[in-house]
Design a protein around this ligand. Structure first.
Ligand code: 1PR
Length: 588
């Protein structure tokens, strides 16, 4: 864990963040490519009255327009010793000493808010004046002229170029989710510490380097093509990846931005990042035990009760502590599954929201939460939409939400009618938060058959024949924690939810869960070949070789395990070292 830099050093930034831009080698005057309508000019006069409040100020101004999880950015800023002032008005932008803009959600919606609130103009003024700025993800994209996302939609027009969608036809999965390598093309100072290590990306759109914007580009990343990973000009920085989710590497980037004078020497760390890494994910199945405590539990084929007389819920630890430990151990992501969410109302389950809040204070890798995301009417007749439930999870610190049962019903209906209603939880949440924020968790059970035509669902020839010598199987989807089988196969479900807006699939297998005998390679190959979104292989990991097997034999983007990590049988670092030894790139 990184320690916070001394506060004293932060003060120097504010002494030095004067109006002048001459101190920086790359602070030549901005060439403006702004092309949106300047309908709101009332802030122009303020250009000359920008204030530097000086040394007393260890405050970061945060531009959060309320469209997603900005809690992680807040937590990272606080972790590094700064307080946060939220932008309420355009004047707050103009008066900022140090502005962070963690853009979330869709491009058009963000521009709409910025234009309506007069903040687009203020942002341009602030940036033109070379004030300390860090844009993150959409906060980078909005600086460009326009985006193709639901568009074309005009951006702030400060950097030449159009933001376009990744091309998934060349075999690269979209969204681009995970830890990838940077190629630094010019000194950006804030990237000086990261050396050859991975940073975390999650996006479907990207800006491309060109002759017109080369003065801005400080690093690129390769994912099918070379796209812009970061820009820098004078005191203005923006990154496509998420430093607040990039572990200690990401914190060092934020620290360099917040404390520029305190880190004058380059200290690149060792690393061998060259491409998108395979992810290793720790999963915590969480539920309330019979005493009413929220515990991490783990089932055998989804049965989480001990085989003792008491038959109590297996208790493997405390969720916040375990998640924090897995972060320190090198987990690339942490997932919480509220496994009784299907029957309890998750917003009534305040401890789960608390778990997320506390975890996100110290865990700077992506957090996913699932369980109970659906429309709900409480005992008082108050209706909550699944979007409200998801929003509460995002506000509490989740980066992605995972939908199980409700996605099965949505897919069944979609396959039956062929109509996308736009009203399912999956469609609504992905429309508002982007499909990269929506995971569908599939809980299939293997059903052996003699011939592929025996069922209407996609079947595969299995590696190990069934108990009666059956050579084929289909994978029946279940709901309510595996309790109810549904008339839909995992293959059909995966294809349907991809069309409905899922950004990723968490692929469990009830037969393999907790068995430690390896992942169901037949199933994972079937699904990861069928969709073009990332697939997380889950259920059955017992030894490190199971991880290399799943990555070598299937197109899974990530592998998730629970029991072996909870029981401390296999450390996360051992998994990663083994993967590296077998030639599979991982984040170290
Ligand atoms: O249906 O939207 O409420 O979501 C419920 C969520 O809870 C789903 O994601 C579902 O997978 C999960 N869930 C429900 N019941 C259980 C259970 O175990 N009784 N857990 C459950 C699913 C499977 C994995 C597990 C891997 C790896 N657990 O999460 O972590 O199988 O385990 P292993 O490495 O020990 O083999 P909704």
């Amino acid at each position: 864990m990184e320690a916070a830099a001394p506060l004293a050093s932060s003060q120097s930034r504010f002494f030095s963040s004067s109006f002048s831009s001459s101190s920086s080698p790359s602070s030549t005057p901005f060439i403006l490519h702004r092309n949106f309508h300047r309908t709101n000019l009332k802030f122009k006069s303020r250009t000359l009255s920008i204030r530097c409040s000086g040394a007393a100020d260890n405050v970061v101004t945060l531009l959060d327009y309320g469209a997603g999880n900005v809690r992680s950015v807040r937590n990272a800023i606080r972790f590094l010793g700064f307080d946060i002032k939220d932008v309420q008005t355009p004047e707050d932008i103009l008066n900022a000493n140090c502005l962070i803009f963690p853009g979330v959600g869709a491009f058009a919606a963000a521009m709409d808010v910025l234009n309506k609130k007069g903040m687009a103009e203020a942002l341009c003024t602030y940036i033109e004046n070379d004030r300390p700025f860090l844009g993150i993800c959409l906060g980078l994209q909005l600086l460009f002229e326009s985006s193709e996302e639901n568009g074309p939609v005009r951006g702030l027009g400060l950097i030449p170029g159009v933001v376009g969608r990744f091309d998934s036809t060349n075999g690269f999965r979209v969204p681009h989710i995970g830890w990838n390598a940077l190629h630094t093309v010019k000194d950006s100072e804030i990237l000086d510490d990261i050396g050859n290590r991975h940073v975390y990306f999650v996006h479907s759109y990207r800006a491309m380097p060109s002759n017109d914007n080369k003065e801005w580009v400080s690093s690129t990343c390769n994912y099918g093509d070379n796209f812009i990973a970061s820009v820098r000009r004078g005191n203005v920085h923006a990154v496509q990846f998420h430093p607040e989710k990039s572990g200690d590497v990401g914190l060092s980037i934020l620290r360099r931005f917040l404390y520029p004078k305190s880190s004058t020497t380059k200290k690149p760390r060792e690393g061998r990042a060259s491409k998108l890494a395979k992810r290793v994910i720790a999963c915590l199945d969480v539920r309330t035990n019979d005493k009413g405590d929220l515990v991490v539990t783990k089932g055998d084929q989804y049965d989480v009760r001990e085989n003792t007389g008491e038959n109590e819920v297996r208790n493997l630890g405390k969720p916040v502590e375990l998640a924090g430990q897995y972060y320190l151990d090198g987990a690339d992501e942490v997932s919480f599954l509220n496994i009784t969410g299907f029957r309890d109302f998750p917003l009534g389950d305040l401890p789960m929201l608390e778990v997320l809040r506390y975890t996100s204070e110290n865990v700077f890798v992506p957090l996913t939460v699932g369980g109970g995301i659906r429309d709900f009417t409480d005992a008082n007749g108050r209706y909550y939409s699944s979007l409200e439930v998801a929003s509460e999870y995002f506000r509490s610190g989740a980066d992605k939400i995972s939908i199980g049962s409700d996605a099965v019903y949505a897919a069944e209906e979609y396959i039956r009618t062929g109509v996308k209603t736009g009203k399912t939880s999956l469609e609504q949440i992905s429309r508002v938060y982007g499909n990269q924020a929506v995971v569908v968790s599939i809980d299939p059970r293997r059903v052996y058959i003699n011939a592929p035509d025996d069922v209407e669902f996609k079947a595969v020839r299995v590696t190990n024949p069934g108990p009666n010598g059956e050579e084929y199987a289909w994978y029946q989807c279940t709901v309510n924690g595996g309790r109810e089988g549904r008339p839909i196969g995992a293959y059909e479900l995966a294809k349907a939810v991809e069309e409905l807006g899922a950004g990723e699939i968490l692929l469990n297998c009830i037969d393999c869960d907790g068995q430690g005998k390896g992942f169901d390679i037949d199933l994972i190959k079937l699904i990861s070949d069928a969709v073009s979104i990332p697939v997380i292989a889950s259920s059955g990991a017992g030894v490190v070789e199971h991880f290399s097997e799943v990555f070598k034999k299937t197109n899974a983007s990530a592998a998730l395990a629970a029991g072996i990590f909870h029981r401390k049988e296999v450390p996360i670092q051992s998994v990663k070292e083994h993967l590296l030894e077998t030639g599979i790139e991982v984040r170290m």
